[in-house]
Design a protein around this ligand. Structure first.
Ligand code: C2E
Ligand code: MG
Ligand code: MG
Length: 601
């Protein structure tokens, strides 16, 4: 290799002078700022002479307003160490043949695939044309240039480096766009994830903490004050966080009103961060008070990559929001298990309908004074792939948050109406069918149409259908609820308020609603067996129903004692294991037959 490098030295020393180099530079020189950092070039070559010749050839050169700084590696291993330690290396001038024939190309592979440095530009130099890499290699490893050392005269070396630096600058500018938030000048979500990835990659994870900080009710602030003020507020929050966090902390803006933080475990103090929100933020002429909520995760608890870390922190954030705004929650693995279990369930539920895993069971409802059957409640059941029943308390909330409930609920409504039609045709003409409707269904713009067409298609009498909405739904948005319930009543369908006593009803609102029936929640039926000071809630609900002119039905009646107490209170109807469990359609028919013969006309 001695000969090659001698040849090379001659080549670069034999041409041009410094002036020519500067002329070749097309950028303006006059706004040269001494504060701009130099371009960092790494020379990798096992020949010390090549290092000397290169730095000599390029000494004092200015490219795009910046001088050059050289780093030197004499082996691939040394180059890897430098690339791991040093930041912002723009160009690697790399000798193809060093200790081994492929040492240079192997290093290129390492730079791209293992060190994950896609930005650094690579110029390969070799002694002989025969050592040129394959075209695919040049392409796959994003090699900027390939030159034999004899080709690289001083001028050409300069031109090659200039074009590599220009490419590097462009890549960085694109990165800037892709990785920075223009409003706060902070790294964005992508960049934050990448920084976490790097942290995980370098195995320095034991002592790092990730946090997501969410500004409480920011949407309202934004709506009330206008987006410009909202933007200013975000900038003020970013500024306060930046100036109060330690110098090792990473701060990013990862969403509209969310910031990402990463710092050493003992340096990231949630209470201290939330305290930063005590003083108002100066926004133009105003000052504004906002609070924030934090979700945190220890990096050592994260299984997976940066994105998984963010997901975990987000789970913790959601918990924190549910508990109390202005507080914080640290992620624990059970939370992750919860969520994975939910994901698994949701996946199953999506296909449950297609796989015939869903069925409806019907629980009879009884008139307490006569003991006659008045109707039944339709309850959804899901028998999963392994044949075991998933409790509705688990899958209904999941179906609600995922929106699946809209389709499912529609199916329940239709099927229940069909079943009622069938029973009527068999002679049970006076039975009522109760169907649970969740808030999500209720709010869906197509709900009334679905209800109308279910009634029409099955031909049942609307007065025989009852919709059960929970107390919390009834107390939602007063105008909307009143409007919808009125439309339902106009169709002739009746309405019951389910789980009554568990929500926070406003009596004035309740009085205005066109409700037919109150359903006493089963927890209040259960407590009937105990002596309770100040009377039973069940008794109060019965009283309330009487004064509002509504019928009252008790659910969860399990023994005769409870039934008698309820009847004595004046409760009209009951449903519970005392009479029957919820039964599949055919069993319900048998049960009805055994209990009361259909009135055959
Ligand atoms: P819910 O509407 O309050 O239904 C009554 C629940 O009490 C049913 O539980 C029923 O099986 C249970 N139950 C009945 N009698 C007794 C008794 O004597 N003792 C006890 N301990 N429990 C009794 P299930 O079927 O597990 O349903 C739970 C909840 O799931 C329902 O509460 C309802 O809110 C929801 N749900 C069920 N099916 C549907 C549906 O089709 N659509 C919607 N939106 N929600 C549904
Ligand atoms: Mg119900
Ligand atoms: Mg209930």
């Amino acid at each position: 290799m001695q000969n090659e490098s001698m040849h090379y030295l001659n080549a670069i020393e034999s041409t041009g002078d410094a002036d020519e180099l500067l002329f070749a530079e097309d950028e303006r020189q006059d706004d040269l700022s001494p504060t701009r950092p130099a371009w960092r070039l790494l020379i990798v070559d096992d020949e010390p002479d090549v290092h000397r010749a290169t730095t000599f050839a390029l000494s004092g050169v200015i490219i795009m307003d910046r001088s050059l700084e050289f780093l030197h590696a004499y082996s691939a291993a040394q180059a890897i160490e430098i690339l791991k330690q040093e930041k912002d290396i723009a160009v690697v001038l790399l000798d193809v043949v060093m200790e081994r024939e492929h040492a240079g190309l192997d290093l290129v592979k390492t730079i791209r695939e293992e060190l994950h440095l896609p930005e650094v530009r690579i110029i390969l130099r070799t002694g002989q044309p025969g050592q040129a890499p394959e075209i695919e290699t040049i392409h796959d490893y994003d090699i900027n240039d390939y030159k034999t050392k004899s080709e690289l005269t001083r001028t050409k070396l300069f031109a090659t480096i200039t074009s590599a630096l220009r490419a590097y600058r462009q890549i960085r500018a694109l990165d800037e766009l892709a990785f920075y938030d223009p409003l706060s000048r902070l790294p964005n979500r992508n960049r934050f994830i990448k920084l976490i990835d790097e942290q995980l990659h370098h195995q320095k994870i034991g002592d790092q903490m990730i946090a997501i900080l969410d500004i409480d009710d920011f949407a309202e602030v934004n709506d009330a004050l206008g987006h410009q003020q909202g933007d200013r507020l975000l900038q003020a929050v970013a500024e306060r966080l930046r100036s109060n966090l330690g110098s090792d902390a990473v701060l990013a803006r990862i969403g509209g009103d969310t910031f990402g933080l990463m710092d050493k475990l003992d340096a990231l103090d949630p209470a201290g961060i939330l305290d930063l929100f005590r003083d108002p933020f100066a926004v133009l002429d105003d000052s504004m008070v906002v609070s924030a909520t934090l979700g945190l995760v220890r990096l050592s608890d994260v299984r997976g990559d940066g994105l998984d870390a963010l997901k975990d922190a987000n789970i913790a954030l959601k918990r924190a929001k549910r508990k109390r705004r202005g507080g914080h929650v640290v992620f624990s693995n059970e939370m992750g298990f919860d969520i994975r279990e939910r994901v698994r369930l949701l996946r199953g539920l999506r296909t449950a309908a297609d796989n015939d895993q869903l069925l409806i069971v019907y629980q009879p409802q009884i008139r307490l004074d006569t003991g006659r059957v008045v109707g039944m409640e339709a309850l959804l059941r899901w028998r999963d792939g392994e044949g075991s029943f998933v409790p509705p308390d688990q899958f209904i909330p999941l179906a609600e948050t995922s929106g699946l409930i809209v389709g499912l609920g529609d199916w329940v409504l239709r099927t229940a109406c069909q079943e009622l039609g069938r029973l009527q045709a068999l002679g049970w003409a006076d039975l009522r069918m109760s169907v649970n409707v969740s808030l999500i269904q209720f709010r869906h713009p197509g709900f009334l149409d679905k209800l109308r067409s279910a009634l029409q298609d099955t031909g049942i009498e609307p007065a025989r259908l009852e919709l059960e909405i929970t107390e919390s739904v009834a107390m939602e948005d007063a105008d909307f609820i009143l409007e919808t319930l009125t439309a339902i009543k106009a169709l002739g369908v009746s309405i019951a308020i389910d789980d009554f006593g568990t929500g926070y009803s406003s009596l004035s609102q309740l009085r205005q609603l066109p409700v037919d029936r109150l359903k006493i929640d089963r927890v209040f039926v259960r407590e009937l067996s105990r002596q309770i000071q100040g009377g039973h809630i069940a008794a109060m609900v019965v009283e309330l129903g009487r004064s509002l002119g509504m019928t009252v039905i008790a659910e969860g009646v399990e023994d005769e004692q409870q039934a008698q107490t309820l009847q004595a209170m004046g409760c009209h109807e009951a449903q519970g294991f005392l009479y029957a469990h919820a039964l599949p359609a055919t069993e319900l028919q048998d049960w009805l037959l055994a209990r009361e013969k259909p009135a055959l006309h």
